[in-house]
Design a protein around this ligand. Sequence first.
Ligand code: LRH
Length: 486
Amino acid sequence: MKQCFFAVDLGATSGRTILGSFTSNGLEMKEVNRFPNHLIEVNGHFYWDIYELYRNIIEGLKLASRKENVEIVSIGIDTWGVDFVCVGKDGHLLRQPYSYRDPHTEGAPEAFFSRIPRKHVYELTGIQVMNFNSLFQLDAMRRAGDSALAAAEKILFTPDALSYLLTGEMVTEYTIATTAQLVNASTRKLESELLQAVGLTESHFGRFVYPGEKVGELSAEVQRMTGLGAIPVIAVAGHDTASAVAAVPAQSSHFAYLSSGTWSLMGIEADAPIITPETEALNYTNEGGVEGTIRFLKNICGMWLLERCRLQWGETSYPELIAEANACEAFRSLIYPDDASFANPSDMEQAIKDYCKSTGQPVPETRGQIVRCIFESLSLRYRQVLDDLRALFSRPIDTLHVIGGGSRNDLLNQWTANAVGIPVVAGPSEATAIGNIMLQAISAGKAQDVPSMRKLVAASIPLKTFQPQDDAVWSEAYAQFKRIVR
Ligand code: LRH
């Protein structure tokens, strides 16, 4: 029997389940099922369908249980950050969870800071202020008299809610909890002052666990539905970005990473939180990582820009769009990817055109021009963030590891290398699932630690290196980018 780890990896636009195992050739991964994840708009609000995600996980488990010669050692779940489900005193979920793209948090940080100063919140948590952090979602719900929150006995973050549905056990996993802005960066526990400020106490959360701890075992009901036994569910790094960073195939500590998916998460791995007036002013975050590390990083609006355009364009294939972009004039118009107008516009293509018009640039007309504008602007924004990271962190940075689905885009990888001026090492594209499997393997005693697993990833997954080119052209483009950034 082949011993396999079952990874559930859920992103904001799609989810997948994967079986991972270790062979003499290194790590072997096989996708079991893949499914879309949708934002569901109802009466001006945006929700996730947590039951549909659960159903797809059950489907994946059923498929895996029917595979010959496969023994599932354990299950781990990672998802996007910040969102949560309210659970009532009878154990039922209280309506579908809000999506972090919901507009109910507009202005929420400012409202919260009128009671507890921004500086104090940042000093406690080290987390970048973003409207959608769970802290502000909870506060907005509290102010609105939200009925689910009012009736909530427990709050479970998305990966913890799904492991609850599989096992009946409620936990609060550390890495995902840090994205909430509810964890104290020094104690690495929930911060009661912030909980109190949103009308909650620690008893509203499940048992606090760190990556690698066991949540529970598949419930009798899930065992019956899937044909599996009492398989343990492990709290991996429940935050997808934490799982992805665990799988960076770095060979030295002199690297930055760019986890490229719906978001581009760009940062470095630190041993301790970096909380200074400078990091606060630039709004850098200190999210919890595996084995006591801190993910010091910046959220950059990533492939969301293109994903939204593609919805309007009828899901044209990526190779086609990349080829169209490559054929267009360079640096014709640029956008600032993190402009608020791109957060959740009803028409992304129009939002990009409006931005170019209002900044006095040529308006992109063709699909290729739009895609080129997105890729060039992202590359230049990466340069800007790398410059900040260098200023904020003393360790040299000589390689940028691009991981996640976006690392399959050779054109963007090359432009990123050109913009940042250091080699880009691309891959693995399934870093998140690999990090998930790594943590399960460590928990099962089948692997030693993250550094040794990183070596194994580097040895078993093909990686591509992109050397920087055209330095003068890209330096000029960066000056152009800084002029239009508003
Ligand atoms: C990426 C991600 C990111 C969070 C965002 C909500 O999937 O987890 O790290 O900030 O989603």
